[in-house]
Design a binder for this molecule. Structure first.
Ligand SMILES: *[C@@H]1O[C@H](CO)[C@@H](O)[C@H](O)[C@H]1NC(C)=O
Length: 282
């Protein structure tokens, strides 16, 4: 046992540094997410995400609350509390599942969700006592509907789609792109990726141009909107191996951690294999 302890500590340290290292904090359109302001964020389901809690000087307990927009007449309900190690019984199974797959990032009060599903979309608030420190409306867009297009193969990304709604209103579904990620290698041709999120621009007869909102939220309001998922755009790139490139790469050309495990799925059953620490955002 004693000879294993240092190795185990080392591996755990690595695992934590991976889990803590590359946080994706969401895509917003319009106003940036400022502390104290409601913030509308889009993410892609099944990929780890972080919701920040700007706790600044507050030293007491932090709670995270959740509200599903389809729960009518309910208040946001607590599913995670700093300092709380107990597993209370929740009034909704969903809160139990959220509790199970999320944790607080030590020392910050921010919320880490390892593998959010589309159904986890909704309202998230970070609270300290009676004060709301952060307020997020979150849309987890369906990773299984991801539209992948390779620029070099001449594949197109999704175009704008405009559909009529009731009473002369209409909606335009479009993709809002996040910045290009850095090239995955230097000195040789490589690849870079760009993630895009589905947004809907609603125009009604009386109100001109509301702020666009993530498609999942728009569909809550207008259930007849067509289904459309997020996007991934890939193109080739070539960059020189200059110091600034290498400094910007967190783990250049180095696979830090490998776990071998045996898994015995049932014959003819559906099996999901997850790659630990993998994310579409990198
Ligand atoms: C798609 O629609 C959005 C929102 O209305 C608009 O900002 C964008 O310019 C449109 N793109 C194209 C290619 O028409």
């Amino acid at each position: 046992m004693s000879s294993w302890a240092p190795l185990l500590a080392f591996l755990l340290g690595l695992l934590l540094s991976i889990a803590e290292g590359n946080h994706y904090e969401g895509h917003w359109l319009g106003q940036p997410c400022l502390p104290g302001q409601p913030c509308v964020l889009a993410f892609i389901s099944n990929n780890p995400v972080v919701l920040r809690c700007p706790r600044s000087s507050y030293r007491g307990h932090i709670t995270w609350q959740y509200l599903d927009p389809s729960w009518t007449d309910e208040q946001p309900l607590t599913f995670l509390r700093s300092g709380g190690t107990s597993w209370p019984l929740f009034s909704h199974d969903k809160l139990q599942r959220l509790r199970f797959k999320s944790r607080l990032i030590a020392g910050t009060g921010s919320l880490y969700i390892s593998s959010p599903s589309r159904e986890d979309s909704g309202l998230y608030t970070c609270r300290a006592g009676d004060a709301t420190l952060a307020y997020y409306e979150v849309d987890f867009q369906d990773a299984e509907r991801l539209h992948v297009s390779h620029a070099e193969l001449g594949e197109a990304s999704l175009g704008n789609v405009t559909v009529p709604l009731d009473q002369g209103a209409q909606a335009t579904l479009f993709t809002s792109w996040s910045p290009w990620q850095s090239c995955n290698r230097c000195g040789h041709p490589g690849e870079r990726k760009q993630v895009g999120f589905c947004y809907a621009q609603l125009t009604t007869m009386d109100s001109e141009g509301e702020m666009p909102m993530p498609c999942g939220m728009a569909r809550q309001k207008y259930p007849t909107l067509p289904q459309r998922g997020p996007e991934l755009r890939i193109e080739t790139c070539q960059v020189r191996c200059v110091t600034s490139y290498l400094a910007g790469q967190e783990e250049p050309h180095w696979v830090p951690f490998l776990v071998f495990t045996n898994y015995h799925p049932q014959l003819k059953a559906t099996a999901h294999l997850r790659c630990p620490a993998s994310s579409i955002y990198r």
